[in-house]
Design a binder for this molecule. Structure first.
Ligand SMILES: Cc1ncc(COP(=O)(O)O)c(C=O)c1O
Length: 459
């Protein structure tokens, strides 16, 4: 059964398994003890740190292991903000960061700090000049991911790191999605990663803090991991994480080229095979293994179930938001369609046959969901009405968009349809529908319940 959700968690790399089993036998003792078993554990930990530091591009004493990528982000952001308290309390983040960054930003704001969120373009990429313009004298920290977890767009980290360095603001890079493919370019100050994204075991993250970056640990201090991460290290998992990082890097160039071709195939073929689809994310500056698309008139959760029945494991937008019934903050920030969203993220070793099979199954899965929802087929005949109000209160997306698509033919070109909806997703998807269909999103007007979204028919 093809597993296409490596961006959530990659299958365990064979090298990780081998290293894990060996380290369970060799690395169970306390690395801070001076007896033989402790010394053996210490050697394993030191070797793992050296290997990870080499892959990251930092000194071993700049890198600590955490219990997850999330913990690395929480610890890194809190420590850097506290270390720079004298400079100020202004934090910069991009709008498409992982929720661990955005949650840290919310905590900072709740404690009286100020946060600037940098918008992204339709491809999900931050504009360097906007990011640079947000830097201020009282900026304590800036955060930018190396690449986006939902759409794979690679961010201009090198350029932004250079500017941050020149004005003395530390840049924290969340490299969770890209570290398998290579080190992060540029002169960053802090960097985080997550082992289960590169084929290591879950429960290991890493945090690198360059020498000279002011950092003040928050919470009770423990003596392990330079006082930055409390508690007894999960040494077998750390050893496996470092070994697999080295292994995936050795295969990275070849595997990236192979997977890039497969995701390019999906990018090209999906719009040919399935009508009313928007492939999202930057077409060029992207990770090799991720491709994301949204299907009009489709409910994402139902589509995932259809694909699961056809034996394909994919995810919809961010795993953190797909179960909350709110649109993914990434797709929202990009202003793209969120309904019927599918993220395909190929693990290393994915075969072309499996991708071809996926492309064979997808059109049927989408049309089955569309049939269930009564999605429109073709454009309706034109009638001469100037305006029309559609009451879709109580209906969840994609139904408001489906009703809009069926009704647009009932107004004359130049006429308007107002969709009254109380679904939070409606605005985003109606805007995206207008963009895809070439109609004008005029704006929103308050309604007794929810909002009226006004659309002008242009053709
Ligand atoms: C970009 C990014 N940052 C951070 C994380 C969090 O990593 P972890 O799952 O190890 O907590 C993830 C995981 O989804 C991610 O994709």
């Amino acid at each position: 059964m093809p597993y296409f959700d490596a961006a959530t968690s990659a299958p365990l790399h064979p090298v990780a398994r081998q290293a894990l089993l060996a380290a369970l036998d060799e690395g169970w003792a306390d690395p801070s003890r001076l007896y033989r078993e402790g010394r053996r554990a210490r050697m394993l930990l030191d070797a793992a740190r050296e290997a990870a530091a080499e892959a990251v591009g930092c000194r071993p004493d700049e890198l600590v292991f955490t219990a997850s990528g999330t913990q690395a982000l929480h610890t890194g952001i809190a420590g850097a903000l506290a270390g720079r308290r004298r400079a100020g309390r202004h934090l910069i983040v991009s709008a498409v960061e992982h929720s661990a960054v955005l949650h840290s930003a919310a905590v900072h704001e709740g404690q009286g700090g100020e946060v600037t969120e940098i918008p992204v373009d339709r491809g999900g990429r931050v504009d360097t000049s906007l990011f640079v313009r947000a830097l201020r004298e009282d900026t304590a920290l800036a955060c930018l991911q190396s690449a986006n977890h939902e759409v794979g767009t690679v961010q201009p980290v090198g350029e932004i790191a250079e500017v941050c360095r020149s004005v003395g603001v530390p840049l924290l890079v969340d490299a969770a999605q890209s570290l398998a493919w290579g080190p992060v370019e540029g002169d960053w100050s802090l960097l985080t990663g997550s082992a289960h994204k590169w084929g290591g075991p879950a429960g290991v993250g890493l945090l690198a803090v360059r020498k000279g970056v002011r950092f003040s640990v928050q919470g009770p201090v423990d003596e392990r991991e330079s006082g930055r991460v409390p508690g007894f290290e999960n040494l077998p998992a750390i050893v496996a994480a470092a070994a697999s990082l080295r292994a995936v890097r050795a295969e990275a160039a070849q595997e990236a080229a192979r997977l890039r071709e497969l995701t390019a195939l999906i990018r090209a073929r999906v719009p040919e095979l399935v009508p009313d689809v928007e492939v999202v994310g930057d077409a060029e500056r992207r990770l090799p293994h991720i491709v994301t698309f949204s299907c009009l008139y489709v409910d994402g959760e139902t589509l995932l179930h259809e694909l699961d029945r056809a034996e394909f494991s994919v995810s919809s937008g961010s795993s953190c938001t797909s179960s909350t019934l709110t649109p993914s903050h990434v797709l929202k920030a990009m202003g793209v369609l969120s309904e019927g969203n599918v993220r395909v993220s190929l693990p290393a070793g994915t075969s072309r046959e499996d991708v071809e099979r996926f492309l064979g199954v997808l059109p049927g899965a989408v049309s089955s969901v569309r049939d269930q929802l009564g999605a429109p087929v073709g454009g309706g005949a034109s009638a001469g009405r100037e305006s029309l109000v559609l009451d879709t209160l109580g209906k969840r997306c994609p139904l408001p968009v489906i009703e809009l698509a069926k009704a647009i033919g009932q107004v004359a070109v130049g006429g308007t349809v107002t969709v009254v909806s109380d679904d939070e997703v409606a605005e985003l998807d109606i805007r995206a529908w207008c963009h895809l269909r070439g109609h004008e999103f005029v704006g929103e007007v308050p309604a007794d319940r929810g909002w009226g979204y006004v659309v002008r028919r242009l053709s």
